[in-house]
Design a protein around this ligand. Structure first.
Ligand SMILES: Nc1nc2c(ncn2[C@@H]2O[C@H](COP(=O)(O)OP(=O)(O)O)[C@@H](O)[C@H]2O)c(=O)[nH]1
Ligand SMILES: [Mg+2]
Length: 222
């Protein structure tokens, strides 16, 4: 982050949270960290519990939506693809119109919708969602990027509502120290939670699904 900017320049804190409608959960993070794999896991695990849908973002293709459809994690009419045609973060932070249209289309099609996941196109560590688009955001990194990633910070790592460090199964292969990642995450994130997971070893993403359930519960109570 440039030294003359502070976090508020990147995190859209001024946008008020919405009330009513389904809980919108953003899934952001670098290319290949496991966002689509996590979206698929959460749809499989939570699909029978909640009335849910998913929006995917790709630059020029509908690859991620096609993957979710191929794997039949949800009925086709609950999966919408946005083609950003530009830097992925623009479509989730600066001009969120195409994503809002996709979410609203899903809401119109499924009036009882309780939960919507919005997967960002893969981006760098500075990408974060506008809170005009999502209510809570999950940032997904993986251990293959090296155990330095959490301490490098950036708003996704420091300010997301949940940080997921995926692919712990690869740690021995890439020489990543999970204790260092856990410690550095706690240091830069304060009270915000971090989960270290392997979707390869737990394709249900049980710990992340529990966190999502809690977000739905808290929002209903609020
Ligand atoms: N070894 C390992 N591979 C994973 C894990 N999670 C996802 N992958 C693989 O990582 C690659 C990128 O995942 P994907 O979900 O497409 O990443 P995205 O670009 O963030 O959406 C795919 O080949 C996945 O099968 C994991 O926990 N362990
Ligand atoms: Mg993806």
């Amino acid at each position: 982050m440039p030294p003359d900017h502070d976090l508020d320049d990147y995190v859209d804190a001024a946008v008020p949270h919405r009330h009513g409608g389904p809980l919108r959960v953003g899934l952001g993070g670098p290319v290949g960290s496991g966002k689509t794999a996590l979206a698929a896991a959460l749809c499989r695990t939570l699909g029978a519990e909640y009335d849910l849908a998913v929006v995917t973002n790709d630059i020029y293709t509908t690859e991620d939506a096609d993957f979710l459809r191929r794997n039949a994690v949800l009925p086709d009419d609950r999966i919408e693809a946005v083609q950003t045609g530009c830097c992925p973060h623009t479509a989730i932070r600066d001009d969120i119109t195409a994503n809002l249209d996709a979410v609203e289309l899903l809401e119109d099609r499924h009036p009882g919708l309780e939960l919507v996941f919005v997967e960002s196109g893969g981006d760098n560590l500075t990408a974060s969602f506008s809170y005009g688009l999502v209510d809570v955001q999950v940032f997904v990194v993986d251990v293959a990027g090296g155990d330095k990633v959490p301490r490098k910070g950036g708003p996704g790592v420091t300010a997301s509502d949940l940080l997921v460090v995926n692919k712990t199964d690869l740690a021995p292969l890439v020489g990543a120290d999970l204790d260092v990642m856990r410690r550095d995450s706690a240091t830069v994130r304060g009270d915000r939670p971090t989960l270290l997971i392997s979707l390869r070893e737990d394709p249900t993403a049980a710990a992340v699904a529990d966190w999502v359930r809690e977000q739905v519960r808290v929002r209903v109570v609020a």
